[in-house]
Design a protein around this ligand. Structure first.
Ligand code: KG4
Ligand code: ZN
Length: 340
């Protein structure tokens, strides 16, 4: 089965053609990041406008690169939640138009489920059940993936998402948006023990995260140094911050795995590109004899191939939307389309 997939939840307009949820026939991503950099973050109104401008060309390119026409695909999948509402609506409405025009089924896909599915494209042997750490710009979840469309959240962030914390701390260190990527590079040359930073945990909720105190601690360090006319060593600060975030993620994830008896661990989302997180979890899993999966770097950030992968499994479970499909800015990852 071949699915034409669309993604427009944030600042990438993407289209892809994916076969049977596992094979990428084409994947096109038009990033708006250079424009949002000017403002230090994503400007929702600009994002929506750029999606409108890009969506037709990106979709055509995905079909061309797959050597297909619209009538050759079997279904159309689209990210419908969560994300920036104006941005999501562009993809959703365009996909609805394509579905009506072609008579093909329309499959709504949850953005976090699609991030997890990036792993099905990377590792053809990977099948649920497994435990997944989903870390992106907007979410930090530990999710028990019981089946492709049956998920249970065990832990979540109480405040900032991991990516958001990286971006805000990086901005305070003078790095351009999205700072998580830049901080990861700079941290490679720093001493992670140089600054003692807090490792916040949430009382009574061992799988939950809290990153805002850590972010504030770094911002205060920078402001105090500025007031005293001192300059901080940025690589050391970046390395210390990255280590503190990764320590928190790894600690709760490994604890959740031990307590649920999971021995198959998976990471997903933009922050799963973080080189320290990848190294640390590889080590943690190897020493316990657990298996560990992570997406190809090219599939960690937002793309439509992952939407096509998850769309396949949603379709197989009977999830099809009508022309009344709407976008949602917030939606729990457990909730399947159409269920209460
Ligand atoms: O999943 P994603 O592309 O978009 C959302 O769904 O939010 O995640 C974007 C986030 C940004 O906060 C970005 O800074 C972060 O992922 N990110 C990283 C790295 N690459 C991307 N954070 C830390 N280290 C990286 N290498
Ligand atoms: Zn994302």
């Amino acid at each position: 089965m071949r699915i034409l997939a669309l993604e427009s939840s944030c600042d990438e307009t993407a289209a892809a053609v994916v076969e049977d949820g596992r094979k990428i026939l084409s994947s096109v991503v038009a990033s708006q990041v250079e424009e949002h950099k000017l403002y230090g973050g994503v400007v929702p109104e600009i994002a929506s406008r750029r999606h409108c401008e890009a969506v037709v060309g990106v979709t055509q390119q995905a079909l061309d690169e797959a050597g297909m026409k619209l009538e050759d695909v079997d279904a159309i999948a689209v990210t419908y939640a969560p994300g920036l509402i104006g941005a999501l609506l562009v993809g959703v409405n365009f996909a609805k138009g394509l579905a009506v025009a072609s008579g093909k089924p329309l499959v709504p896909v949850h953005h976090l489920r699609s991030h997890i599915a990036a792993n099905y494209l990377t590792s053809p042997e990977l099948e649920p059940p497994f435990l997944c750490l989903v870390v992106s710009g907007g979410h930090s979840h530990i999710i028990e993936v019981k089946d492709y469309t049956d998920l249970r959240v065990l832990g979540r962030t109480r405040d900032d998402a991991a990516g958001e914390a990286f971006d805000k701390a990086a901005r305070a260190m003078g790095m351009p948006y999205p700072g998580g990527v830049e901080m990861d590079k700079i941290a490679e040359n720093g001493n992670p023990e140089a600054f003692a930073l807090p490792h916040p945990s949430v009382d009574g909720a061992p799988y939950d995260f809290s990153f805002s105190g850590l972010k504030t601690a770094v911002i205060n360090l920078i402001h105090n140094a500025e007031q005293k006319g001192q300059t901080l060593n940025v690589p050391d600060l970046a390395a210390s911050f990255r280590k503190a975030v990764v320590d928190c993620l790894v600690k709760n994830f490994v604890r959740a795995a031990k307590e649920t008896g999971s021995t198959k661990l998976v990471i997903a989302g933009g922050v799963s590109a973080n080189s320290l997180l990848r190294r640390r979890l590889q080590q943690e899993c190897a020493q316990r004899g657990w298996s560990f999966y992570m997406p190809l770097l090219s599939l960690c950030g937002d793309n439509a191939a992952m939407v096509g992968a998850q769309g396949y499994y949603e379709y197989c479970s009977g999830t099809i939307a009508g022309p009344d499909l709407n976008a949602c800015a917030e939606l729990p990852v457990e909730r399947s389309y159409g269920s209460k």
